[in-house]
Design a protein around this ligand. Structure first.
Ligand code: NOJ
Length: 761
């Protein structure tokens, strides 16, 4: 632990905080914050609303300037983008020793899927469908973040995304509100634990509120226009789940919602968030989102800053609209003293809950930094969690798992590539410490298997795209050999092997923020390679690295097996080898549908019926369908194979009548019909057949994971109560409606058994 260095005056004032802030509890906190706020000038209060970055986490065109001076002047409430006990201690000292009221700073960062030890990207994590594992990943991330002196993380990102063109689909949990809500809750619990003041817990920040994932055409930062019924039933649920789980902060999104930018949207920030959901924590904007309201066309900087505060925003990230204009707006009556006080209070309360008034350096601990970052235990967890995120999309002739003998041709620009293993938003991860696929395979079977390698292609040959993707460093490097030479080397290598493992896909920053794509298939360079490999007649296993659902129609038809490994994080290579060679049986299931082509987007399982529903395979005129492609996705929500197989019995209902206050149960027997032990995620869906408004054809309502030995059968039972069947009607009332329902249980949203029951009054 670092020694405390207070100036004398700082120490005196600070001691008085320490006495009153020792124990948390709302009355104590209120008294403490009230007393502090009495001492504060308007400028100091506005200063608390200013969140700056000294340049370490730039996600916009503006960087904060004169940070030290501003801290001294009491013009900064928090800092993000720096890490490490020494640096953070130094910055905290400026605030605690040199600002008039010695108010400590809060320190945040984008800790998204791990901090130094990187886990799979969130879309991959969600494919594990294992909320305790996801909670564990957040817990480890919090441990590491706090060992690096942070106390605030800008996660979880819970935006429902049904458009894989949008690069940030990688950062969330896919298309489903129920699963998204379960994961949101798990992450908040993992980060925050049960006591924010512990030096191993961090304040979480659920983002991006709201509906950021519904950007038109999947184009980054684009407009969102959505009915309130859809909003309440499908998109708001995961944010609410995070709030219900006690998340300490919320980040506003960049997009407009029904014409009003979220960051100035009183309906979202106050009516829904605070009044309907009872959120008491801190609301921060996204990066320069206040300033961007000017571009949204709702006023000049002073006007938009006032609008954001009045809407319910507390803290302004980087843009300093609040810092530079709120006082003037107060004098002109455009904001109220209460508005500023409320916002300031929430910032101070966050600091209080984090225990910063008791000890501003409580997160600065050099010992922990040394022992906890990337510890063996964390790396071990990362390996297991990565393996759990992988999804087996295809496995013809049981080509996987591979034999631990013979010769494999390991081909592809991502096979021996440290730079891209961690995926987007791994700001504190060190790519150099990641285990590549080739290294992992050597680690696991290097003594038994002859491994031949060829790069085969560049990730892309498109120079304009390469330039855009490489802004943070060379993720796509262009080989000195021509594409033709690379392919012919790869083919020659493949011809010498028993099986080809092609590691292809996206570069890390082809998804994530500002990474929308209009085509979401493999880059032509890699497609040409894959076609050439398939032509050799060798079995081809495609190991796909991707941050979004991709269009894989050709691949699905032609390669022998596809293992989707997302961006698996620090230990990805070891985890891939564990799965390829059968030390681990894959069990992931996709959480966002994979379209057959871009024209199908958005394609998601929980859609409404139409008046002229499509009948698979029928192809008659006047139905809601396409002439050239089926309505169904290539791989549906909830889909994923295993090295073993499972069969489902019909559903047994203990009653066909559900009464308010009561519950019924739906059960199936699941049997492992294959030859290996395997994990299955059994999924429960319902459909309300008749309602006051049109209701989705299926909605996920539960899931359970079971591990079965070969030949073993297990009964899986789901309770169903009226609460599970509630929804928001056209008056936005959360109701249930009596009538006929269907219940479905199965292995994916598209492969289920079904039964009927009635909900009666
Ligand atoms: C912009 C991103 O939208 C957000 O997710 C992130 O937390 C902030 N920048 C801070 O880096």
């Amino acid at each position: 632990m670092k020694k405390l260095h207070f100036s004398l005056v700082g120490l005196l004032v600070f001691c008085s905080f320490t006495v009153s802030a020792q124990h948390s509890g709302s009355t104590k906190m209120d008294n403490f914050v009230n007393a502090l706020m009495k001492k504060m000038t308007v400028d100091e209060k506005i200063g608390q609303l200013n969140l700056v970055t000294p340049g370490g986490a730039v996600t916009g065109s503006v960087v904060s300037k004169d940070v030290d001076t501003k801290i001294r002047n009491g013009q900064v409430g928090g800092l993000f983008g720096i890490t490490g006990p020494d640096k953070i201690h130094r910055a905290q000292e400026i605030a605690v020793n040199n600002s008039r009221l010695h108010i400590p700073l809060i320190f945040g960062l984008d800790v998204i899927h791990g901090h130094r030890t990187i886990f799979p990207i969130p879309l991959g994590l969600s494919a594990s469908w294992d909320t305790s594992l996801i909670r564990k990943s957040a817990r480890i991330a919090a441990n590491e973040a706090t060992a690096d002196a942070l106390n605030w993380v800008f996660s979880p990102m819970v935006d429902i995304a049904r458009d894989p063109r949008w690069g940030r689909v990688s950062e969330g949990s896919g298309e489903d509100p129920f699963l998204g809500s379960e994961i949101a809750k798990a992450m908040v619990e993992g980060y925050q634990g049960n006591d924010l003041a512990k030096n191993t817990t961090v304040m979480a920040c659920v983002k991006h509120y709201a509906l950021y994932g519904a950007a038109e055409a999947g184009r980054e930062y684009n407009t969102v226009d959505m009915s309130k019924v859809k909003m309440y039933n499908e998109y708001l649920a995961p944010y609410k789940a995070a709030v219900d789980a006690g998340v300490g902060s919320v980040m506003s999104s960049f997009n407009t919602v029904n014409g009003v930018p979220a960051t100035a949207n009183k309906f979202l920030m106050t009516d829904v968030l605070r009044k309907q959901w009872g959120f008491k924590g801190l609301v921060v904007t996204d990066y320069t989102a206040v300033n961007e309201l000017v571009n949204h066309g709702i006023g000049d900087l002073q006007t938009v800053s006032a609008k954001a505060l009045n809407a319910g925003i507390d803290m302004d990230m980087v843009g300093e609209g609040f810092l530079t204009t709120l006082k003037k707006s107060l004098q002109q009556g455009k904001v109220t003293q209460k508005g500023i006080d409320d916002a300031c209070r929430r910032v101070l309360e966050a600091k209080y809950k984090l225990g910063l008034f008791d000890d501003p350096y409580r997160y600065c601990n050099n010992e922990r930094e040394k022992t906890e970052l990337m510890s063996d235990a964390n790396l071990k967890a990362a390996r297991e969690i990565a393996a759990r995120s992988f999804v087996l999309l295809k496995n013809n002739n049981q080509v996987l798992p591979l034999k631990k003998s013979g010769t494999i041709a390991l081909i592809g620009p991502l096979a021996d590539n440290k730079r891209n293993m961690l995926g987007t938003w791994s700001v504190s991860g060190d790519p150099e410490k990641s285990v590549t696929i080739i290294q992992g395979i050597k680690n696991v079977v290097g003594n038994d298997v002859n491994i031949l390698y060829a790069k085969g292609a560049n990730i892309s040959d498109d120079t304009a795209l390469i330039k855009r993707v490489n802004v943070f460093g060379t993720e796509i490097d262009v080989d000195q050999k021509s594409p033709e030479e690379m392919i012919s080397d790869a083919v020659a290598t493949a011809n010498k092997a028993d099986v080809v493992v092609a590691v292809l896909g996206e570069a890390a920053d082809m998804t994530g923020e500002s990474s929308s794509m209009s085509e979401i298939g493999l880059q032509p360079s890699q497609e040409n390679l894959l076609r050439a490999l398939v032509k050799t007649g060798k079995p081809v296993v495609l190991v796909l690295m991707n941050g979004r659902p991709m269009t894989l129609t050709w691949e699905d038809e032609h390669v022998t097996a596809i293992l989707d490994i997302w961006f698996g994080g620090t230990e990805v290579g070891n985890a891939v080898a564990d799965v390829l060679f059968g030390n681990y049986n894959p069990s992931g299931k996709i959480t966002a549908s994979f379209p057959r082509n871009v024209g199908q987007i958005p394609v998601y399982y929980n859609h409404l019926n139409t008046g002229r529903p499509y009948v698979p395979g029928e192809g008659t005129k006047f139905k809601s369908d396409y002439l050239d492609v089926p309505n169904t996705p290539l791989y549906p929500f909830g889909y994923g194979l295993s090295y073993t197989s499972f069969s489902y019995s019909d559903i047994t209902l203990n009653s066909k009548t559900l009464k308010p206050g009561g519950k019924i149960t739906a059960s199936v027997n699941v049997t492992n019909t294959g030859t290996r032990s395997g994990k299955e995620t059994v999924q429960l869906y319902t459909r309300q057949m008749i309602g006051s408004i049109s209701r989705p054809v299926k909605e996920l309502k539960g899931f359970q994971q079971i591990t079965l030995e070969p030949g073993e059968t297990r009964k899986v039972t789901f309770p169903i109560s009226v609460d599970d069947l509630k929804f928001y009607n056209s008056d936005l009332k959360y109701v249930y409606e009596p009538g006929a329902f269907k219940v479905f249980i199965g292995t994916s949203s598209a492969d289920v058994k079904e039964a009927d029951f009635n909900l009666v009054r």
